[in-house]
Design a protein around this ligand. Structure first.
Ligand code: NAD
Ligand code: MG
Length: 414
């Protein structure tokens, strides 16, 4: 199996001026990762000069006010709003300042296709699949924060990469850490890759207590400030399950070589153990601006506004194994990783629907794994477990799983 996040041989390491001249596209600029990416760019401009890291395009789904503000500040060539009903507001606000505007799903994919050097994929959910594939198809460097697209469409990503000269640099902190530790080395020498999990806000809660968890409690993550969906995923540990599948595709690692440790401080992001007994770890303060800076500058490094590590202030680092009884999502995802085929695509779609229903207060917190499991069972009954062979197949399975999961949520909330 070919890894998605492979470091291709570099003809030469670019000089810093070349790195700072990179043109950046940000898909999902109004989200947590998008805002942090703009913060990294703002910091680089203060440090290295006003014109550095020019922005080609910004896209957002519905937060038109923030998109307008961002476009006025960084003056991209293009600003796109996904929700077409908001287009008049976007166009009126940006007319006459040299920023093109557009709206709709197709326009977001067009933004990914427009010439730039690095595309930050910071859209939430499987909606990132097509824009990310468009960026790969034109051989951009893809800074990949979105994990759902790899889980749902890993095989399709691999094939798209085989036909292009794109490079995929993981931004998800654990995968960015693994990428840095492997450093282009031979993954065959790796015995085990351990991803760490904070354990989320309910790390020590009983199942009975978790039954009554509210969306407000679930999105209040102890270490990271993130979008609502990934915060809920962190609370159920589905996030770590998705990340195991993400690691499988990104680094071509079989499930037996992947595991998870709960590490409440979120300072060690991965541990890579080699055949000779050496274990290499990656450490940083829990601040996404570190992996974002890495991805924008790779293979060089730039000054980042991120918090730096202060180990004496922390005093101690703890590690323990996660509880499968209290966090069933982790095992559900692990089963999908092992069975492969359609399962990861269905898993991701069902989870997106279930988390949306939980955030909308239509189902309870512990209903999330129930909806995901029931959708997977339905999928197993309805079709043979063969991985979708192309983008069309992925989108079809994703859509079908969403319908099934939506019906199951409807039955629970009725
Ligand atoms: P978020 O919800 O804060 O932001 C999502 C962004 O995507 C917004 O700009 C929104 O406008 C856009 N968007 C939402 N739905 C869309 C759609 N259907 N079409 C087009 N654009 C759409 O999310 P986030 O926390 O920034 O996370 C973004 C991605 O990065 C997720 O896949 C997440 O798993 C991953 N990630 C996030 C973090 C983090 O710290 N936030 C860490 C690791 C990985
Ligand atoms: Mg992560």
């Amino acid at each position: 199996m070919i890894p998605i996040a492979a470091t291709r041989p570099q003809a030469s390491v670019p000089d810093l001026a070349g790195v700072l001249a990179r043109r950046i596209t940000i898909l999902g600029s109004t989200g947590s990762i998008g805002i942090s990416t703009l913060d990294v760019i703002r910091h680089a401009r203060a440090k290295y000069g006003e014109g550095v890291l020019p922005v080609t395009a910004l896209t957002a789904q519905s937060n038109v006010k923030m998109l307008i503000e961002q476009a006025r500040a960084v003056r991209p060539q293009l600003a796109v709003i996904g929700d077409e009903t908001l287009y008049p507001e976007l166009r009126a606000a940006l007319v006459g300042i040299g920023v093109e505007t557009a709206a709709g799903r197709g326009a977001i994919i067009d933004a990914a296709s427009r010439s730039s050097d690095v595309v930050m994929v910071a859209i939430m959910g499987a909606a990132a699949i097509e824009p990310a594939i468009a960026a790969i198809a034109r051989s951009a460097t893809v800074a990949l924060a979105n994990k759902e697209c790899v889980v749902a469409a890993g095989g399709v990503f691999r094939e798209a990469l085989a036909r292009s000269n794109a490079a995929v640099i993981p931004v998800d902190s654990e995968h960015n850490a693994v990428f840095q530790v492997l450093n282009g080395g031979d993954a065959g020498e790796v015995e085990r890759v351990t991803l760490t999990a904070s354990g989320g806000p309910f790390r020590e809660w009983t199942l009975e207590r978790m039954e009554a968890v509210t969306p407000e409690q679930a999105v209040a993550h102890p270490n990271w400030s993130m979008g609502a969906k990934i915060s809920v995923d962190s609370a159920t540990l589905m996030n770590k399950g998705l990340e195991l599948i993400e690691a499988h595709f990104l680094f071509a690692l079989p499930s037996q070589k992947l595991d998870v440790l709960v590490h409440p401080q979120s300072v060690v992001h991965c541990l890579v153990t080699y055949e000779d007994g050496s274990t290499l770890a990656h450490l940083s303060a829990p601040d996404m601006r570190t992996p974002i800076s890495f991805a924008l500058a790779w293979p060089r490094r730039i000054n980042s506004p991120s918090r730096k590590l202060d180990l004496p202030a922390l005093g101690q680092l703890q590690f323990h194994t996660p509880s499968p009884e209290r966090f069933p999502c982790l095992n559900i995802a692990l089963d999908c990783l092992r069975s492969g085929g359609l399962a990861p695509t269905i898993l991701n779609a069902a989870n997106e629907v279930a988390v949306g229903a939980f955030l909308g207060k239509r189902i309870g917190f512990l209903d999330i794994p129930r909806v995901v499991e029931a959708t997977l069972e339905e999928g197993a009954r309805a079709s043979r477990n063969e991985a979708p062979s192309d983008l069309y197949g992925v989108l079809h399975i994703d859509a079908r799983a969403r319908t099934v999961a939506g019906e199951i949520c409807g039955r629970i909330s009725a």
